[in-house]
Design a protein. Structure first.
Length: 522
C-alpha cells in the first residue's frame, strides 16, 4: 500500500510541474501565434525567353535561381500570363522541373492563414521576461503569507492565480500586448511559490531519512514542466482549435490537480484525515519542536564573508542562464533554425529535460554512494561533469550547420541532459555548506534564477534579431563561456563541508542533535 506521505509528495510534485508548465505555454505558443500558415500548389508555366535564361547561366542551380527572379520580377505585371504570380516573393516559389518546350513545373507557396499576431523583438523579450518580474515581485509576499497563513492557503491562492491567468492569455492577447504582459506577470507569481513550498512540504511531511527523496522529487518540477508542456502544446497547436487550446487545457489541468491537493494536503500531518497513527509516528520520529524563526538569527555577515557560499551563487549564475536559454528558446531554435514541424518541435523540446531528470536522479544517488572521495571532491567533480559537459556540447552545437538537423539535435539534447549532474554539484554543496541556513543560500539561488529569467530573453533576442543559424552561434558560445568561467570559480572555492557560521556554541552542526529542517522561506 502506498503511504500517505508519498501520495502528498507525488501530488505536490505534479502541482509544481503544472505551475512550471503554465509558465512555458507562451514559449511554445509564440511560434504558432506569429507564424503564417501556408498551402502549396503545383503549377505549370510556359516562358518564352527560357532558352535565353539557360544560355546566360551555367549550372542547374543558377538556372533555377534566374527563373525564380524572372518570375517574381513579373509578378506585378499586367500581362495575364503572369497573373497567377501576383504578390509573391522568391521564397514562395520552388522550381521542380524544367522541360525542353520552354515550360517549367513549379510549386507555389500561398498563405492560407496569416499569423494571428506580430510582436517586435523588444515586445517578445518583455513577454518572456514578464514571468521573472512577477516572480521577483511575489517572493517576499509569498514567504510572509506562508509564515503567517500556512502553506495550504498560500499555495492554493497562487495556483488559482496561475491557472486563471494562463486560461486568460488568449483573451489578453486579443486586447493587446500590454494585457498579455500583465497575464504573464500573474503567471510568474506561481514560480515564486515553488521553492518555499518545497522547503515547507519536505520539513513537514518527510521522515528525517527521506529529506533527500522529497527534495529531489519536488525540485524535479523544473524538468517535468517542459515534458508536460512541449508535447501537449505541439499536438494542440496542430489541431483545428489552434494555439488558444494550449492555454485552456493547461489551465483546466492545473485547477483539477489543485482541487485534489486541497482535499488531501494539510499543513500538519496530524491534521490529515486519512493518515494512520503508525505513519504519523514515522514522520515525527526524531524531530524536535521547532522554535520560532525569530529566535535564531541568520548570520548574514558571516554568510556573505564565506567564499564557499559565493562559489555556490556564482555557479548558480552559469547554471541558471544556460538552462533558461535552453528551456525558453529551444522550441524557437528547433522550429526556426532546424525547420522541424510544430508537432516534432514539441516532442523534441521535451526530450532534453526528460533525460536531464533521469540523470539528476542518477547523479544524486551515485554521489551519496561514493565513499572513496571527500564531499568537497565529489561536489567539484559532479559540477565539472555538468558544466564542462554542457559547455562542450554547446560549442559543438554552435559549429554545427543548420542543415545537419540530427547532429544539431543530438548536441542540443546532450547539452541539457548532462547538466543533470549539477544535483551532485553546487546544489548539494548548498546543503552541505549551509546546513541549517541553507534556506537562505537557496533564496539567493532563487533570486539568481529570477534574474536569469528576466535577462536571458533580452540577451538571446538581441543576438538573434533575424533568427539565423549564424546568430545562434554567438548565443551558444556565450553561454558555454558562462559555464566554463563559473565552474572554474566553483572548483577553486566550492566545498562540501559545513561552513564556520553553522557552528552552535563552537560545536559544528554535524555534532549537534538532530533538529527539524526549516522551510525554505525566501
Amino acid at each position: 500500500m502506498i503511504s500517505y506521505r508519498i501520495i502528498i509528495l507525488s501530488l505536490t510534485t505534479i502541482c509544481l510541474s503544472m505551475m512550471m508548465a503554465n509558465l512555458l505555454t507562451f514559449n511554445f505558443c509564440i511560434i504558432c501565434m506569429t507564424t503564417d500558415n501556408y498551402d502549396y500548389m503545383d503549377e505549370n508555366l510556359k516562358i518564352a525567353k527560357l532558352n535565353d535564361l539557360k544560355s546566360e547561366n551555367d549550372s542547374n542551380q543558377s538556372i533555377q535561381h534566374a527563373i525564380v527572379l524572372f518570375l517574381t520580377n513579373r509578378s506585378q505585371s499586367s500581362n495575364q500570363q503572369y497573373k497567377q504570380l501576383d504578390n509573391i516573393s522568391s521564397q514562395d516559389i520552388e522550381i521542380l522541373s524544367i522541360y525542353s518546350n520552354d515550360t517549367i513545373f513549379y510549386r507555389q507557396r500561398i498563405i492560407r492563414k496569416s499569423a494571428d499576431y506580430t510582436y517586435t523583438s523588444f515586445e517578445q523579450s518583455i513577454l518572456f521576461a514578464a514571468i521573472a518580474i512577477g516572480a521577483l515581485l511575489a517572493i517576499l509576499p509569498i514567504s510572509y503569507s506562508i509564515q503567517h497563513y500556512g502553506t495550504k492557503k498560500t499555495f492554493a491562492i497562487v495556483m488559482i492565480i496561475s491557472g486563471i491567468s494562463t486560461g486568460l492569455c488568449p483573451l489578453a492577447a486579443s486586447f493587446g500586448v500590454i494585457y498579455l504582459i500583465i497575464s504573464r506577470i500573474l503567471q510568474g507569481i506561481g514560480f515564486a511559490s515553488c521553492m518555499p513550498l518545497i522547503g515547507s512540504v519536505t520539513s513537514t511531511w518527510a521522515k528525517l531519512t527521506e529529506n533527500g527523496l522529497f527534495s529531489g522529487a519536488l525540485t524535479s518540477f523544473i524538468q517535468l514542466g517542459p515534458v508536460i508542456t512541449m508535447p501537449m502544446s505541439g499536438f494542440l497547436c496542430s489541431t483545428s482549435q489552434g494555439w488558444p487550446m494550449v492555454f485552456y487545457v493547461h489551465a483546466t489541468i492545473t485547477l483539477i490537480f489543485l482541487m485534489l491537493w486541497w482535499i488531501l494536503y494539510s499543513d500538519q500531518p496530524s491534521d490529515a484525515r486519512w493518515i494512520t497513527a503508525y505513519e504519523l509516528n514515522l514522520i515525527n520520529d526524531g524531530k524536535t519542536v521547532k522554535t520560532k524563526q525569530s529566535d535564531e538569527k541568520v548570520p548574514f555577515q558571516e554568510i556573505f564573508q564565506t567564499l564557499s557560499v559565493w562559489a555556490i551563487w556564482i555557479a548558480a549564475v552559469g547554471n541558471m542562464y544556460s538552462i533558461q536559454m535552453v528551456v525558453v528558446f529551444a522550441p524557437t531554435y528547433i522550429s526556426q533554425v532546424l525547420g522541424l514541424p510544430i508537432v516534432s518541435v514539441g516532442l523534441t523540446a521535451a526530450l532534453p529535460t526528460l533525460l536531464q531528470f533521469a540523470i539528476k536522479m542518477l547523479a544524486g544517488t551515485t554521489s551519496d554512494k561514493i565513499t572513496s572521495l571527500s564531499e568537497t571532491a565529489k561536489v567539484r567533480l559532479f559540477n565539472t561533469i555538468a558544466f564542462l559537459g554542457m559547455g562542450i556540447f554547446l560549442i559543438a552545437l554552435a559549429y554545427t550547420p543548420a542543415n545537419r538537423t540530427i547532429t544539431a539535435l543530438i548536441f542540443l539534447i546532450s547539452s541539457t541532459t548532462i547538466l543533470g549532474f549539477n544535483t551532485g554539484g553546487f546544489f548539494k554543496s548548498s546543503t552541505l555548506v549551509g546546513r541549517q541556513y541553507s534556506y537562505f543560500i537557496n533564496a539567493i539561488v532563487q533570486l539568481v534564477m529570477c534574474i536569469a529569467m528576466l535577462t536571458v530573453p533580452f540577451i538571446v533576442t538581441a543576438l538573434t534579431p533575424n533568427g539565423l543559424s549564424e546568430e545562434w552561434y554567438y548565443v551558444f558560445i556565450l553561454h558555454a563561456s558562462f559555464l566554463f568561467i563559473t565552474n572554474i570559480v566553483f572548483c577553486k572555492f566550492g566545498k562540501g563541508t559545513a561552513a564556520a557560521f553553522t557552528c552552535c556554541n563552537g560545536i559544528p552542526i554535524d555534532n549537534t542533535t538532530d533538529k527539524q529542517l526549516e522551510p525554505v522561506f525566501l
